[in-house]
Design a protein around this ligand. Structure first.
Ligand code: ADP
Ligand code: MG
Length: 598
């Protein structure tokens, strides 16, 4: 590392300076960033039970010579920046040369360090900005900075601190952000009376992440997913928690841009949107996002504490990040779900999407092909809604239906129905438990969207049109949504002043369910909430919810089979349109563990 020097005034003028140190978390962040910049392989963070009393960061990095050690606590003393022209291409986390000086001014700071070329180390003791003593000390290569009695000489700032708990939480978040961002570093993290972890270097992000968050409770081995991709010069990597792991707050989201831990509303929004409606609107995914892009497109100089970044092109970063998350979640139900007997483990469920796989040059690696449904949607839905005789329609020809039922009558694997509510199906690595209503809802929702935005769906003509009495509001809704209802497959005619005749309903939905769904759509009001969904989206959701098989409805083996196959052929099988889970996976590992086999 080059020698420390004081930045010339013209460079200082270009750096947004300010009150860098406002709370214990900021101290930890600066000390950790210095340790990282020094090329450390091991970083140990020790925090007192009250973080303003004690924060110590110890590293095995490059260390400092005696002269540099004394210099390092001066304002604008840095070894990382010389000319303002370098400001746009900063690769180190620090560059202002202010952190140690600012911390030293408001605390009792002890710096102990030794560079590789020196035989003895140096210890510098500073009290409220005044150097008390510089002495020799025997120690290993590396640096230890101890900060005690933070803000002892600035009582106003001390008073501004939040409770011990929330200061500790904020500090802990900073440390964990770096722990996740740099899995190759050996971390030790000790908070007196609370936390004591020792994390040797991990192979990749997912390994480090899983140690803390697991891979998704019931989801077994195929829980959290690590992913990687590049769009328009923005490289996005990280780990995404399962939808079931979503939390009520954003505490478990970690972002880094070019290696710097940051907070960014843009990235937060992109992460949330990437999950779409897989999670309810009031929940937040957990995950780690690492963004890399040309440093000249990032303004790290915005915030004095460097906590927030700004992108020159916010929308490009937003789009790329959202697309990457969306893409990863689309592949969330992987090849491992293909039905199959046998007890072998499902192997690498996310083959091609782990952190080590290279990304293809044009963009994200191609998604593994979705498992093909055995039958097309119409046939499946019909199988789901036997008996076929009830379909007095032009699409249900006897022979065809007979073949179909025979074909499905002997599925290789039995799927059980539990209390007319859940379907249990063996899969390669264990068992899936499917919520029959939620699953069907997901299927019908995707079908409805296809029809609303793509080719209109087939109609099943009713032998006897159904006449419905409508209120004025319902009639308004009908007129408003007529084109969309037609696309779904409804055929409706006005009949009298406040009556309609339903002559046709979406094919393969039983008449009664189709009529109920129509009534709910016309009722409208309750769905026209502040969800912000476009009308088509609301329509698709309402329709799917009310046309889907109910919980409590017995299903024949062919229907169960069709439902499971069809679910896993949808784009996003693991959640219903409201974000509830459609299935839970129990791995063989999980069962073995519970039965004490391992
Ligand atoms: P900056 O990181 O912006 O350069 P700091 O005040 O944080 O400013 O640190 C001043 C200088 O002290 C750094 O440029 C670096 O040369 C040296 N330094 C600080 N901490 C360490 C450390 N843990 N290991 C080695 N050198 C360090
Ligand atoms: Mg620094």
């Amino acid at each position: 590392m080059s020698r420390i020097h004081i930045l010339p005034p013209d460079v200082v003028g270009k750096i947004r300076a300010g009150e860098v140190i406002d709370r214990p978390a900021a101290v930890a962040k600066e000390l950790i960033e210095n340790a990282i910049d020094a090329g450390s392989r091991l970083i140990a963070v020790h925090v007192g039970s009250s973080p303003d009393r004690l924060i110590r960061v110890q590293d095995d990095g490059a260390g400092m010579t005696r002269d540099d050690a004394a210099m390092s606590i001066k304002r604008h003393a840095t070894s990382k920046l010389e000319h303002d022209s370098e400001l746009s291409s900063i690769r180190t986390l620090g560059f202002r040369g202010e952190a140690l000086a600012s911390i030293a001014e408001v605390s009792r700071l002890t710096l102990s360090t030794r560079s590789a070329e020196d035989l003895t180390g140096t210890q510098v003791e500073v009290l409220g900005g005044t150097t008390i003593q510089v002495s020799g000390v025997g120690r290993a290569t590396g640096t230890t900075v101890t900060v005690e009695d933070l803000f002892f000489n600035t009582p106003a700032r001390l008073r501004f601190l939040k409770s011990r708990e929330s200061e500790t939480r904020a500090l802990s978040r900073v440390v964990w952000s770096y722990i996740f961002t740099l899995p190759g570093i050996h971390w030790r993290f000790l908070i007196e009376g609370r936390e004591d972890v020792d994390l040797p270097p991990a192979a990749d992000f997912l390994e480090r992440w899983s140690l803390v968050y697991g891979r998704g409770a019931a989801a077994g081995v195929e829980g959290s997913v690590s992913f990687e991709g590049e769009i328009a010069g923005v490289r996005v990597r990280g780990v995404l928690g399962t939808p079931e792991q979503a939390r009520a707050n954003r505490d478990h989201q970690f972002f880094a841009v070019n290696g710097r831990v940051v907070s960014s509303p843009t990235l937060g929004a992109a992460l949330r949107q990437g999950y779409g409606n897989l999670i309810p609107s009031d929940r937040y995914p957990i995950g780690l996002l690492l963004i890399e892009l040309d440093p000249s497109l990032v303004d790290v100089n915005v915030h004095p504490t460097k906590r927030e970044v700004r992108f020159r092109d916010e929308s490009r970063v937003f789009q790329a990040t959202r697309a990457a998350v969306e893409e990863a979640m689309r592949r969330y139900v992987p090849v491992g779900v293909a039905l199959g007997s046998g007890t072998g483990s499902a192997g690498r469920p996310f083959a091609g999407v782990d952190a080590t796989s290279p990304s293809s040059s044009e963009g994200f690696p191609a998604a593994p092909s979705a498992s093909q449904p055995l039958l097309d949607g119409l046939e499946i839905a019909r199988a789901l809604y036997a008996p076929p005789e009830s379909l007095g329609s032009d699409v249900a020809r006897e022979g065809e239906t007979g073949d179909l039922r025979e074909h499905l009558a002997e599925p290789e694997i039995a799927i059980w129905q539990l209390h007319d509510r859940y379907l249990l199906a063996p899969i390669r690595g264990g068992l899936v438990i499917v919520d029959q209503h939620a699953a069907h809802e997901r299927i019908l929702y995707e079908e409805a969207r296809e029809r609303l935005f793509g080719a209109a769906g087939p109609t099943q003509h009713l032998l006897f049109p159904r006449v419905l009495d409508l209120t004025r509001d319902e009639l308004d809704m009908l007129l408003l949504h007529e084109p969309q209802l037609k696309r779904l497959g409804y055929e409706v005619a006005l009949f009298g002043e406040r009556q309609i005749a339903v002559r046709g309903v979406p094919a393969a939905i039983p008449e009664e369910a189709a009529i109920q769904a129509l009534k709910r759509v016309l009722l409208g009001a309750e769905d026209a909430d502040a969800s912000g969904d476009p009308p088509e989206e609301r329509l698709a959701k309402t329709f799917a919810c009310h046309a889907a098989v109910r919980s409590g409805q017995p299903l024949k083996p062919v229907e169960r089979r069709a439902l499971v196959d069809r679910l896993f052929a949808t784009e996003l099988p693991h959640g219903d349109p409201h974000g509830r889970a459609t299935y839970v996976r129990v791995s063989m590992e999980e069962l073995d563990r519970r039965f004490g086999r391992r």
